[in-house]
Design a protein around this ligand. Structure first.
Ligand code: MSP
Length: 508
C-alpha cells in the first residue's frame, strides 16, 4: 500500500483559533480522508508551536507561566479539531520531550559540521511573526510581512549557513516544478532567493521560553528552527524508534498558508539538505480568509469562531463552505451571507434536494423499493459517462490540493443529475402505466448518481455518507461505499429507500 504523509502547520497557542486557522486543518483533513479512500496508508500530523517570545509575553500578560497558559489553549485546539472531525493521526507539541531531543540533536550536529556558528547579531525582529529582518528589508521601518513595529536586537547568536545552500536550493526549486504550489508562490520564492540569502540567526538570549542550545544553554533555539523540525521529530527521526520516519518520510504535502511558504520552502529544505535528509515532495500555499474589514485579528476584535458557526450551521456545512469557497491559492472574503448562500444553494437545493425528490418518488411510485433499470436511452449515457469520469477529475484536483475545484467537479455531477430529472420527468412517466420500466430506470439512475456523489463528498463532509447510506438502504453494505465501487450500476435492485428529513434544511 503506498504511503501518504500530510501535515498542517503547528499553530501558535497564543490564542484560540479562528475560522482562518480552521481552514488549513480542514483542508488537510479532506486530503487525508480522500487519500485513505483511494487506498493510501496515510499519516496526518498537526500540533502546536509552543515556544518563543510571543507566547512568553502573552502568558505574562495573562499573569500565567507559559507552560500553564499553553496547556489551556492547546486543550482548546484539540476540542476544536474533534468538533470539526479532524482525523489526524498524531498531534505534536513542541514542548514534548520527544520533540526537544530531536531539535537539540539536529542543532548539535549542524554545529559540529560547521553549518551553525556563533557570531554577533544586530538586526530587527518582528515578534508577532517571530522573524528576523535586515534594515534594507523593512518597509517604512516596519515588518514587511505584517506591517507591525519591529525591535532592534543586538545579541550574540548562533547562525545557520543559509547562504551556503542558496544555489542548491534555487536549483531544486527550478528543477522540481511541483515542489512549491501553486506556481505564483513558486515565482515569489525564486525571486526571494535571487535577491540573496543571508545566514540566519538561529538562537536568542533575551528570553528563555524555548529549547536550550544543548552545548550553550544561555541560548534558546530560534522558534522557527524548533517548529519546522516537528515534521520529522513526530516521526521519531534520529532516534532508535524511527520506524515512522523510515516509512513516511519524505512528506508528500506540507499544507501551509501563504504567509509561511517562505519558511517551508527556503529555511526548512535547507535545514534538511544540511542534515542530509531528503526534501518534502511538495509545499502547498493556500490563500487567506479575510473579512470585508481586512484581516481577522484578536486586537481588532473581529475574529470568527468556528465553534459558533458549527453550533449554528452544523460541521459539514462549515467544512463545505470553507473548502468550496477558497479557490486554489487565492484569498476569499468571509461573510455569513456567503456561508448561508452555499448552504441553501449547493447543499439544500442541489445536493440534498436531489436525494429528497428522488426518494420521495421511489416511495410514492415504487413502494420504496429500487427496481432494476432497463436499457439506457435518451440522456442516460451522458449521465453515466459523466459519473464515471468525475472521480478521476476529483482525484487530480485533490492531488494538487485544489479542493474548491474538486468539489465543483462533484457538483457538475449533482447538477447534471438534477437536469436529468427535469429532462426525463419521472413524475410524468408515473402517470403512464405503460412506462413503468422507464420510470424505474430513471429513478435508478438518479439514485446511482447520488450514491457516487456521496462517496466523493465523504472526505469533505464526513457526516454526510452515513446519513445517505441509511436513506438508500445500504448502511450495512460497506462494499457500496468504497472508491472501488465508484462504478456505474453497483446499486442493487431491491434495496429500500426512505426519504427521511432533508439532509440540509434551508436556512431562512
Ligand atoms: N506557528 C507557525 C507555523 C509553524 S509550522 C512549522 C504559525 N502559526 S499560526 O498559528 O500563526 O498560523 C498557522 C496557519 O494558519 C498558517 O498556515 C496561517 O497561514 C494560517 N492562517 C492564519 N490566519 C489565516 C486566515 N485568516 N486565513 C487562512 N489561513 C490563516 O504560523
Amino acid at each position: 500500500m503506498s504511503t501518504f504523509y500530510i501535515t498542517t502547520p503547528i499553530y501558535y497557542p497564543s490564542d484560540n483559533l479562528h475560522i482562518g486557522h480552521a481552514y488549513t486543518t480542514v483542508a488537510a483533513d479532506a486530503v487525508a480522508r480522500f487519500k485513505r479512500l483511494t487506498g493510501h496508508d496515510v499519516w496526518f500530523l498537526t500540533g502546536s508551536d509552543e515556544h518563543g517570545q510571543k507566547i512568553e509575553r502573552t502568558a505574562a500578560a495573562h499573569g500565567e507561566t507559559p507552560a500553564s497558559y499553553v496547556e489551556r489553549i492547546v486543550a482548546g485546539f484539540k476540542e476544536l479539531w474533534a468538533r470539526l472531525e479532524i482525523s489526524y493521526t498524531d498531534f505534536i507539541r513542541t514542548s514534548e520531550e520527544r520533540h526537544k531531543r530531536v531539535v537539540q540533536d539536529l542543532f548539535r550536529r549542524l554545529y559540529e559540521q560547521g553549518d551553525i556558528y556563533k557570531a554577533k547579531y544586530e538586526g530587527w525582529y518582528c515578534t508577532p511573526c517571530e522573524t528576523f529582518w535586515l534594515e534594507r528589508q523593512l518597509q517604512e521601518g516596519r515588518c514587511p510581512d505584517c506591517g507591525r513595529p519591529v525591535e532592534l536586537v543586538q545579541e550574540e547568536s548562533y547562525f545557520f549557513r543559509l547562504s551556503k545552500y542558496a544555489d542548491r536550493m534555487l536549483r531544486h526549486i527550478e528543477e522540481n516544478p511541483d515542489f512549491i504550489w501553486p506556481p505564483a508562490r513558486r515565482n515569489e520564492m525564486i525571486n526571494f532567493i535571487k535577491a540573496g540569502l543571508e545566514d540566519l540567526a538561529v538562537s536568542r538570549t533575551t528570553f528563555s521560553w524555548g529549547i536550550p542550545v544543548p552545548f550553550d544553554p544561555r541560548h534558546v533555539i530560534y522558534v522557527w528552527i524548533d517548529a519546522l523540525t516537528n515534521y520529522i521529530s513526530a516521526l521519531g527521526y534520529g532516534t532508535e524508534d524511527d520506524g515512522l520516519f523510515r516509512k513516511y518520510w519524505p512528506c508528500d504535502v506540507h499544507l501551509v498558508g501563504k504567509d509561511i511558504v517562505r519558511f517551508h520552502t527556503i529555511i526548512w529544505p535547507i535545514l534538511l539538505m544540511a542534515a542530509g535528509i531528503p526534501l518534502p515532495k511538495r509545499v502547498v500555499g493556500h490563500g487567506w480568509l479575510l473579512l470585508e474589514s481586512g484581516k481577522m485579528s484578536k486586537s481588532k476584535g473581529n475574529v470568527v469562531d468556528p465553534l459558533v458557526l458549527c453550533d449554528k450551521y452544523g460541521v459539514d456545512a462549515v467544512r463545505y463552505y470553507l473548502l468550496r469557497e477558497l479557490p486554489s491559492g487565492a484569498d476569499c472574503i468571509y461573510t455569513e451571507e456567503a456561508l448561508v448562500k452555499r448552504i441553501n444553494e449547493d447543499l439544500a437545493n442541489d445536493f440534498g434536494n436531489l436525494l429528497h425528490r428522488t426518494a420521495t418518488m421511489v416511495e410514492r411510485y415504487l413502494g420504496g423499493e429500487v427496481a432494476p433499470p432497463g436499457p439506457p436511452e435518451g440522456p442516460d449515457r451522458e449521465l453515466m459517462a459523466l459519473a464515471e469520469e468525475v472521480p478521476s477529475r476529483v482525484a487530480e484536483h485533490v492531488d494538487r490540493v485544489e479542493l474548491a475545484e474538486a468539489l465543483a467537479a462533484v457538483w457538475r455531477l449533482v447538477g447534471r443529475a438534477n437536469k436529468y430529472a427535469e429532462e426525463t420527468a419521472p413524475w410524468s412517466l408515473a402517470r403512464d402505466p405503460g412506462r413503468r420500466e422507464r420510470l424505474a430506470t430513471v429513478l435508478y439512475n438518479l439514485l446511482e448518481s447520488f450514491r457516487l456523489a456521496t462517496i466523493l463528498v465523504g472526505p469533505f463532509m464526513p457526516g454526510v455518507p452515513p446519513r445517505v447510506w441509511a436513506r438508500l438502504g445500504i448502511a450495512d453494505r460497506p462494499e457500496l461505499h468504497t472508491w472501488e465501487s465508484l462504478r456505474w450500476g453497483r446499486l442493487p435492485a431491491g434495496v429500500r429507500v426512505t426519504k427521511g428529513e432533508p439532509l440540509f434544511p434551508r436556512i431562512e
